[in-house]
Design a protein around this ligand. Structure first.
Ligand code: ADP
Length: 171
């Protein structure tokens, strides 16, 4: 118990981050103030078809969090609770935008608690400015060459333009 109290407070913020948005950045910034170390961990999920590879997502996250010295960027493909063990982290950070998020997140948090009761999930409420914002929305807009510069950091905006270089033609 004492050992725990003296050990660094390490939290993991897991997610797809495909790509990282200003909504994620808001959570990262706020969470990084609450812990000694915050590990932003990209889930290497084989069942999803992402726009950015795990390496690209990690690179973007590293660029946009470079000013936050206690933030580390990593990826994992293990069960989250096993990854937490490996990193000696005890807190999972997740963001909540809506009641729909809450229902999904409650199930996830309860499952993780069942798998390892030492692990605690902490929820951070979205900044109302970004409550509508998701990676999917950003990808949808960018795929039609809409302006996403207000929704993502400039590094991500540039990367999105490279992914969708051509204007769609005709109808
Ligand atoms: P996942 O596929 O695990 O949901 P995401 O990258 O979509 O990964 O999201 C990671 C976490 O960030 C989730 O907890 C999600 O609810 C939260 N999140 C995403 N967008 C926002 C936002 N705009 N405001 C607050 N939290 C957010």
């Amino acid at each position: 118990m004492n050992e725990r109290r003296n050990s660094p407070r390490i939290a993991v913020y897991p997610g797809s981050f495909d790509p990282v948005t200003k909504g994620h950045m808001d959570i990262i910034q706020r969470a990084s103030r609450q812990f000694d170390k915050l590990i932003v961990a990209v889930l290497n999920n084989l069942s999803k078809k992402p726009l950015f590879t795990v390496e690209e997502r990690k690179l973007l996250l590293a660029e946009v969090t470079a000013h936050l010295p206690n933030v580390e960027v990593d990826s994992f493909r293990d069960l989250l609770v096993n990854y937490m063990d490996y990193k000696q982290a005890h807190v999972i950070v997740r963001g909540i935008r809506s009641v729909t998020d809450f229902e999904y997140e409650l199930q996830l948090a309860s499952t993780n608690h069942k798998l390892n009761s030492e692990v605690e999930t902490i929820f951070m409420m979205t900044n109302p400015k970004y409550s509508y914002l998701s990676s999917s929305v950003v990808k949808e807009i960018a795929s039609f060459h809409g302006d996403v510069s207000d929704l993502v950091p400039p590094e991500v905006d540039r990367a999105m333009r490279k992914k969708f270089p051509d204007k769609p033609s005709g109808d």
